[in-house]
Design a protein around this ligand. Structure first.
Ligand code: DGL
Length: 308
């Protein structure tokens, strides 16, 4: 099965695009609501929690996990792919929402780790709005710059925007913050000119209209969920072993949370557009024992223990 991991509810905006693009596949969603938000946690906490969440999805029978959370992908993906995964789960794969966005901006594959002639046509100015931790990680400018040095990247951290969206702040409050973040980013991009903008946080599609209103009309906003869905469809074509067609009568999504199911249901509806029957994950899931998962290979690359 294909696992989708997020710090909480935001990854449901990505899951929505995945189920629409790949309606015949089965997905297992895990929201770490018990530890959200990640966007203002330390990098070691984000890394440890991400490894723990991914392990759980592997334990549920997923061979491929998408990190739907930008903060988790920005902070943990490269480290996890380079050390923890090959040492502990060599047959499994983890992809992150950052990857298709970097590939789209640079026109260079994630596998390529150097400036590529393919990127020569991609010079331009890109703005990225994200959580403080994603911005601080430097992952977007680093990964874009590695492949397409001519692309200029300007980042803007939007502290508390996630919390305000989740708390149901008024449209006016959200629009005011978004407008202020856009002004701040454009002030740093001398002349204010931008070609493209990335909403580098799972929650921001919910305020995309406010970003659209605050940005000049000629600035394109890349749709991360759509890019991720296209990229996963392409990945599954190239790696059919991760495909999990759903059988007759099987549901498309099994949804789990590290928090109490009834507390996450309403948020789930807002982010996914329909009610999902979340089960709280622990040693047991909704009264069912966990199916046996892969045994991690013995190895030195343990995920750090996190105190949360
Ligand atoms: N999912 C996070 C992201 O995309 C936002 C929520 C959080 O901070 O946990 O960065």
């Amino acid at each position: 099965m294909i696992g989708v991991f997020d710090s909480g509810s935001g990854g449901l905006t990505v899951l929505r695009a995945l189920v629409e693009r790949l309606p015949d596949q089965r997905f297992v969603y895990l929201g770490d609501h018990g530890h959200a938000p990640y966007g203002e946690r330390s990098p070691d906490e984000v890394y440890g929690l991400t490894c723990a969440g991914v392990s759980r999805l592997f334990g549920l029978g997923c061979s491929l996990v998408i990190l739907a959370c930008n903060t988790a992908a920005a902070v943990a993906l490269r480290r996890l792919q380079q050390t923890w995964l090959p040492a502990r789960f060599p047959e499994h794969r983890v992809l992150g929402v950052l990857v298709p966005v970097v590939e789209s901006v640079t026109q260079v594959s994630w596998e390529v780790k150097a400036a590529s002639p393919a990127a020569e046509s991609t010079a331009g100015r890109v703005g990225i709005f994200a959580t403080p931790r994603t911005v601080e990680s430097g992952a977007y400018p680093r990964e874009i710059g590695l492949r397409a040095p001519a692309v200029e990247v300007f980042q803007q951290a939007c502290p508390s925007l996630v919390q305000r969206i989740e708390a149901g702040a008024t449209a006016e409050t959200l629009a005011d913050q978004v407008a202020a973040e856009v002004r701040a980013l454009r002030a740093r991009a001398e002349g204010g000119h931008l070609d493209r903008v990335i909403l580098g946080c799972t929650h921001y599609p919910l305020v995309e209209a406010a970003f659209r209103a605050a940005l000049p009309p000629e600035v394109a906003i890349l749709s991360q969920p759509r890019l991720v869905a296209e990229s996963l469809a392409d990945y599954l074509r190239r790696h059919p072993r991760h495909r999990t067609p759903r059988g007759a009568g099987q549901s498309r999504i099994a949804a789990f949370s590290t928090a109490e199911a009834k507390t996450v249901r309403a948020l789930g509806r807002r982010f996914f557009g329909e009610t999902l029957a979340f089960c709280q994950i622990g040693g047991q899931i909704g009264g069912m024992s966990l199916p046996p998962g892969p045994r991690p290979a013995p190895g030195p690359a343990q995920a750090p223990t996190v105190q949360v």
